[in-house]
Design a protein around this ligand. Sequence first.
Ligand code: ADP
Length: 474
Amino acid sequence: MKVFHLSAECYPVAKVGGLADVVGALPKYQNQLGIEAAVVMPFYDRKFTQENEFDVVFQASSLLGTERFYFEILKERTNKLGFELFLIKIPGLLDRENVYEYPDETEQFIAFQLAFLDWINWSQQSPDLIHCHDHHTGLVPFLITNSKLYTRFANTPTVLTIHNGQYHGAFSWTKLGLLPEIDMTKVGLLDWNGGINPLAAGVKCCWRYTAVSPSYLEELTYNSNGLEYLFYMERSKGIGILNGIDTEVWNPKTDPMVPEKFSLRQVVSGKQKNKVLLCERFGLSPDKPVISFIGRLVIEKGADVLPEALKESMEAHPDGVNFIILGAGEVKTQEALVALKEEFPNQYNAFIGYDESLAHLVYAGSDFLLMPSRVEPCGLNQMYSMRYGTVPMVRVTGGLKDTVIDYGDEGGYGIRFLQASVGDIVQSVGRAVEVYANTALLQLLRKRMMALDFSWDRSAKEYIDLYQSLNPAI
Ligand code: ADP
């Protein structure tokens, strides 16, 4: 009954984005439902690893091409995350601070996957299923079916979850030698578009793949950065399962990172108190609607249109609306967002960087959360914001389409728009200002949003049903 989740990120150990939130929550709920789900991830030299205690449960050395590397498997001692957590430490490769953006990323993640397979092979473990997440772990389904080193696992079911189909981890064929001995008649399974493409190999070789929302499952067939045809051809293996959110971490009644806790009953006063603190921190007046953006400042998130869209919105509503940005990413967008501060000191502010506890305050203290994403596989921010009574303003794509109903429609509670464009954002800001001015409507929308159930219980069960369809022993 044992499932290994293999991932580059896991909250609270190391988080860059939504992948971490999912891998930090799903296994916890699966354990509660009786599945023994463990997480295996790289070791990073960060707060969590420095402040917690680990036992070395295995050590060995493996080959990455012709280079021998030593690795250790560290197990967190207390299982306090609600699941067993294993970290793979490889001195010189997987012992650094950051998760991504090292020049030897290809070597890092190949070594991670090989160390995982060698560990479970040599320690005679027999998982009932291996659940891979994103391209960093996409070679595992290929290796266990096409390398004689791992034939013991050839019949172990594999599931690959696609959290973001834009990134494939592709590398040149000149690095084929980094992989262990494989069946050379099957190398085509590694190929996509003239290179070795771990995400493509994972999709081809896994038993089933999942996308993090039903709409994103379809979207991958026409928008996946070059893998469209593959997703189209493999579509019958795909299933869309909407992410949940960790309702224990994201609970406005208990969230230690929210200064003024609140439930639906005290939502007006609770949010207002948090808004005052948030506005104080950003030097803004709490008497106007606050529209915030949280996220990576990248084209996928529509961050490049924000500077112009916010400028025109503030010109259209002088002194009628506040904007707050929390994010980091592309330098050009960062610079443009910083430059706006001088132009609109009383209406706008931005924190460029990553700050988990500030994010919680922004969700709690804002009136609206803007998400003009071009691509949003599931999107967690809109679910967090709704749980905190903050109206999401979303472009209809992927998971945003599946989770936000426009307030103009029956039972709706959010603001939807079609394009990641200045015009659509400015128009949506106009609608937000109208909603804010109508206190009864705003209260109704908050009530509807806060009653929604985005907990993991439902999604964790859907994953278990999928596992059981692949391995009746689970
Ligand atoms: P993605 O994984 O594509 O970045 P998701 O919506 O799935 O997007 O997840 C984003 C997560 O990262 C959310 O928990 C969000 O609050 C958090 N986040 C993103 N940027 C920041 C930031 N600058 N500071 C704090 N939290 C952030």
